[in-house]
Design a protein around this ligand. Sequence first.
Ligand code: LMR
Length: 402
Amino acid sequence: ACVFSDVQSAPPIEVFLLNRLCAESKDPNKVNLGVGAYRTDEGKPWVLPVVVAAELQMANDKTLNHEYLPVAGLPDFRTAALRVLFGSEHKVITENKVEGFQGLGGTGALRLAAEFLKKILNYDIVYVSSPTWGNHKGIFKAAGFSQIKEYRYWDADTRGLNCAGMCEDLMAAPPKSVVILHAVAHNPTGVDATKEEWAQILHVCRERELFVLFDIAYQGFATGNLDEDAWAPRYFADQDMDLFVAQSFSKNFGLYNERIGNLAVVSKDASKLPEIRSQMEITIRVMWSNPPNHGARIVATVLNNKAYYEDWKGQIRTMSDRIMKMRHELTDNLKKLGTPGNWDHIVKQIGMFSYTGLSAKQVEYMLSKNVFMLGSGRISIAGLTPKNVAYVAKCMDEAVRA
Ligand code: LMR
């Protein structure tokens, strides 16, 4: 018998299944609102001009080569990533209380965090928001966490944050729990805590001695301003919390397939960083040995060059402005159609996504019209264009009335 004869199919990975179904569809009206990836007004992927400039410069730089990087990653990248996250004047930087470790995208940074928390610090319980990004639970399960729990987050009635429920659930967390907090532009809901609410959340994390792991995959996409979007992790670091922050540059650099991320480790005891680094390196060594260069070099080249850095900030604004414009256009179209219900949340939600509130049955209708979106009702606003937004609104209108 074949040794593989008992292998069963795993469930599909929803976002990538949607990509395939959309690519295969022959419908000229098809729209991909599944994966969180930026698109232009023409519905095309966008290679940021500043990325092209950096790549050209790299291609002509005869001092570069394809030797292995250090296990912890490209040094210029790691320090630049931390400056984007915290701002160069933040005390964790000036007091040398933070170090970065290059990860394979945000996922790799999260996986590294999970491995370290489980194997080195013996954590075994993790709390994720309900709902959360489709990969959080799997990453922690794969690292051996035996308890993956949810805290309340989305309030279906207000289509906003249930901060009281969230704090209550976290207050009931057992000692030695990890909590994953979306730093900005919550995926999938597009709903973030206010500054006052963050203060309450911090209070609970302190009180229960929860280990906070921020996931920041959309810095720049909420307000278009990198500093404003990193407010929450900076605030927690201000308050002398030991922290992990998993950064992704997939979205804000459009470097999805280069797998470039960074795990920032903030230790209030700076003298522990060498030991932490050595354990991180051993953890990395058995997972990917050492990280890929290309994406790290692009990000480092841009962040370490004043002119490029300014260009990049402008290009982030181009992306976040277009997304905001599409939120308004979708809402205006629904209003024009007189679609039953209130759709103001589409404009109020931030980042790349809207949690539309469409039911599973209504999503099924959307799929039947070749408008591809997650079963949860999440749409990627970046997939909307001036050409397809009226069609999407019309399908939503029909779905709601059906
Ligand atoms: C998404 O949420 O659509 C993206 O982060 C892609 C992914 O890996 O799920």
